[in-house]
Design a binder for this molecule. Structure first.
Ligand SMILES: C[S@@+](CC[C@H](N)C(=O)[O-])C[C@H]1O[C@@H](n2cnc3c(N)ncnc32)[C@H](O)[C@@H]1O
Length: 257
């Protein structure tokens, strides 16, 4: 075999390694170091980021699902809240009664350190089993969605979140394609839950980047918003190049009883 063939074989072995399936338990364990007191700012949204994201999320939910799930005093749970800045902003901008959750003690301590006064709770989404309780549940950039493609486990987690919603409540799933192909197949999840009898509607994925500019499209209502999303999905990758990671936002609304 010539040198070129060796190099080729090495290259395809490397590629195959890259596509090896990451197990869901393995990726869910990530994050312990920065939660223990390291620099969390590149793993979890800061207060400043939360201040621009949260008004955009609230506008989006109101436009797609109505006011009820995010009205003042609605009960909200942020699962995998990181430092808790988004949950804190939902409480202060939207008046929601937010609980920030993490799945281990270090994570809870980090929330308490960065956002003291915010109610916390230990929740592992993989075994979460609340029923008909929350008006609004948020999961943003959870590793079990963003760092592996494990459809059955991911569908199970979405299903648990839907069970935990009060009638008419909304589950907002925000996830990037940063580790593509190691990320959820969001389109397949959406197609599957559109057939679910518990669910009134599923909308998404909308680009977070579009949500942030939503005020511009608000006058055109939902159709303008959908058009902007479709255009952005075509144009942004051309501008940013192939390594661009989309952050998609999807809302699942539970039936009203
Ligand atoms: C990248 S951080 C995102 C933090 C925050 N949601 C944000 O967007 O700023 C991912 C978080 O998911 C949490 N996580 C991972 N697996 C989880 C699970 N099974 N249940 C709940 N949270 C989990 C991690 O502890 C980590 O804080």
């Amino acid at each position: 075999m010539g040198c070129g063939r060796f190099a080729q074989a090495r290259q395809s072995r490397k590629l195959a390694e890259g596509f090896k399936l990451r197990r869901i338990n393995e990726v869910a364990n990530w994050g312990r170091e920065w939660q223990k007191g390291g620099d969390w700012s590149s793993h979890s949204s800061s207060q400043e980021q939360a201040r621009s994201l949260v008004p955009a999320y609230l506008r989006f939910v109101r436009m797609m699902c109505g006011d009820k799930p995010v009205r003042a005093q609605a009960s909200g749970l942020d699962i995998g809240a990181g430092a808790g800045c988004i949950a804190a902003a939902l409480a202060s901008f939207g008046g929601l009664q937010m609980t920030a959750s993490e799945w281990n003690e270090d994570g809870i301590k980090l929330i308490n350190r960065e956002n003291p006064g915010l109610p916390t709770r230990m929740v592992d989404l993989m075994s979460f089993d609340d029923r008909d309780k929350w008006d609004f549940i948020l999961c943003r950039e959870l590793y079990p969605f963003t760092r592996t493609n494990a459809f059955s486990d991911q569908a199970d987690m979405v299903s648990r979140a839907i069970d935990a919603l009060a009638p008419g409540g909304v589950f907002m799933l925000i996830g990037s394609t940063v580790s593509f192909p190691h990320c959820a197949d969001y389109d397949l999840l959406i197609r599957s839950f559109r057939k679910d009898a518990r669910v009134q509607g599923v909308r998404g994925p909308f680009l977070e980047a579009v949500l942030l500019r939503f005020k511009l499209y608000a006058i055109f209502g939902r159709p303008g918003y959908k058009l902007a999303n479709a255009l952005a999905k075509m144009v942004i990758p051309l501008i940013k190049g192939r390594r661009w990671a989309a952050v998609g936002v999807t809302v699942f609304q539970k039936r009203n009883g």
